[in-house]
Structures are given as structure tokens and as C-alpha cells.
Design a protein around this ligand. Sequence first.
Ligand SMILES: Nc1ncnc2c1ncn2[C@@H]1O[C@H](COP(=O)(O)OP(=O)(O)OP(=O)(O)O)[C@@H](O)[C@H]1O
Ligand SMILES: [Mg+2]
Length: 279
Amino acid sequence: MIEIKGVSKRYDRHLYVLKGVNATLKERVTTIIGRNGAGKTTLVRILSTQLFPTSGTAEIEGLDILKDTKKVREVISSIPQESQLIGILSPLEQMQLYLMARGFSSSQAKRESEYALDELEMYEFRNAPSDTLSGGMKRKVFVAMALAAKSPVIFLDEPTTGLDPLSRIEVWSAIKRLSSKVILTTHYMEEAQELSNEVLVIDQGNIITHGTVKSLLSTFDGKMRAEKLEGREFDIKIANVSIKYIDVNEVDEFVRKGYDIKRINLDDIFLSKGVMLES
Ligand SMILES: Nc1ncnc2c1ncn2[C@@H]1O[C@H](COP(=O)(O)OP(=O)(O)OP(=O)(O)O)[C@@H](O)[C@H]1O
Ligand SMILES: [Mg+2]
């Protein structure tokens, strides 16, 4: 369990980028979503002890991130959003170094690294200099690293950004097979829906919604999304797209009016709060 207690952060004097975040994360996989600059990375960096909060604190598995920082580091592993591999070292070499620094024996580190690389279809590249890997492949090495450590708690900041659809599914299935608690950020709504039951939506440093996917979607029970370029009827307008939430029995009427009808998904949690897309 992770308990976030009044966490605030400002990088400079004036602007708070986290404004007293409180939340108890209970599910095995928690997804944090929010627009660019919402504060997701800042929150993840604070929880994974890479950054101090300006005020507030958090407990990870009963350990305080400020008072028990060293112990917290022993139970977590994390991949930051912007991470670089050492170009001349191969994936296997870097993973082994990482795992040995975490207390694995050299043979154990090799075994776990190979297993995780294989799980992400990266085994054939295990000995290649990291410089020669594509951006998405490098991302997968980091995911493999975090997963191989098998820490009780794993933070993944945008693990699948830049990955092709197949690689994304490989990462999802690896996360599903873990027993660790996972906190991940993503911009892909289907990822949140696929992986986690618990979603935290952050906007401008505040939690705007927190709940199970089911409970978040339940406010839209019996509704559909109708969309039309420059449509005359709308609840929200994003750029020149009109979006209206309609009852299922209004579908025929809106189809006749030239609207495209879509099923409700997590995007609508954002859209309905007017925060997802630039207008
Ligand atoms: N080192 C820093 N110094 C100053 N401001 C920062 C720093 N890091 C982040 N910020 C600011 O804090 C706010 C939140 O940034 P953060 O990286 O947490 O957002 P995010 O939700 O992870 O966004 P994204 O989806 O783009 O990754 C932004 O306004 C950003 O400009
Ligand atoms: Mg970020």
C-alpha cells in the first residue's frame, strides 16, 4: 500500500506543481494519467525518493519516504521518464550491474536479466552495444531492468512511450505476470484500462479523480459520445470538434445529424472535465 500525505512541490519560489496531493493506493497496479505538465513525473520522483517534496510525505509499504529513505530504496525500483543507457555497454551488462548493485549475485543477475530480456523479446540484442539499439528497444531494456529486480514496488514513468503496438503488448503482459505493486504513468487510455483497476487523474498538481476504472466510467452509464466537426450541438468543443454525450436512445437521431458515435472510454473522463486536449 502507498499512502500519499499532503505532498506539495514547487521547483521555484512561486509555482506549486503539486498542491497537497492525498491518496491511498491500494490496488496492485495504479495508473497515473494527466496532461503534459500535470505533475505525474514530479509525484513519481518524490515517491521513489529521487526528489524531496516541499511539504507532506508518503509511506511505501509502511516506510516513510523522508524518514526511512534508505529502506524505501530497498523495496522499490523505478524507471525514470528520461533515462539513458550507457552506450558502450550491452543491455545484459547494464542490467547485471544494476541487479548486482541491488544485492543479486552475479549468476543470479545474469539469469534474471536474460529472463526479463527474453520476456520483452530483447534476448537477441542482449550483447549489442546499447548505442546500436533503437529508441523503443532502449526503453524496453529499462522496463526489463525494473521488472528483473522484482522489487515489491515498481515505478514506471511512461514505460511504453515510443513503443510499437507489439512491444507495448509485451510490456503489458510482463507487468501482468509480476506480483509486485506497480505505479505507472501513461498517456494511453487503453493502457490504463488494460493494466490497472485503479486510476489517479492529476491536473495542474491536483488529483481530480481517483477510483477504479469501473467507477470512473459509471458516471457515463447508458451514454455514448457523439462527435462532429463544427457540430451545432455540443457539451464540449475541442478545436473544431463538437462532442456531445447522448443517451443510447438518441443514437439514431445523432447519426442522422451526421455525428460519429463512439463508445465511452477513459478519454471521456478527461474530455468531460475539459482537460485532455488543447482547445
Ligand atoms: N526540474 C524542474 N525545474 C522546474 N520546473 C520543473 C522541473 N521539472 C518539472 N517542472 C515543472 O513541473 C510541472 C510538472 O512537471 P512534470 O514533469 O511532473 O509533469 P508530467 O505530468 O510528468 O508531464 P508529462 O506528461 O509531459 O511527462 C511542469 O510545469 C514542469 O514545467
Ligand atoms: Mg512526465
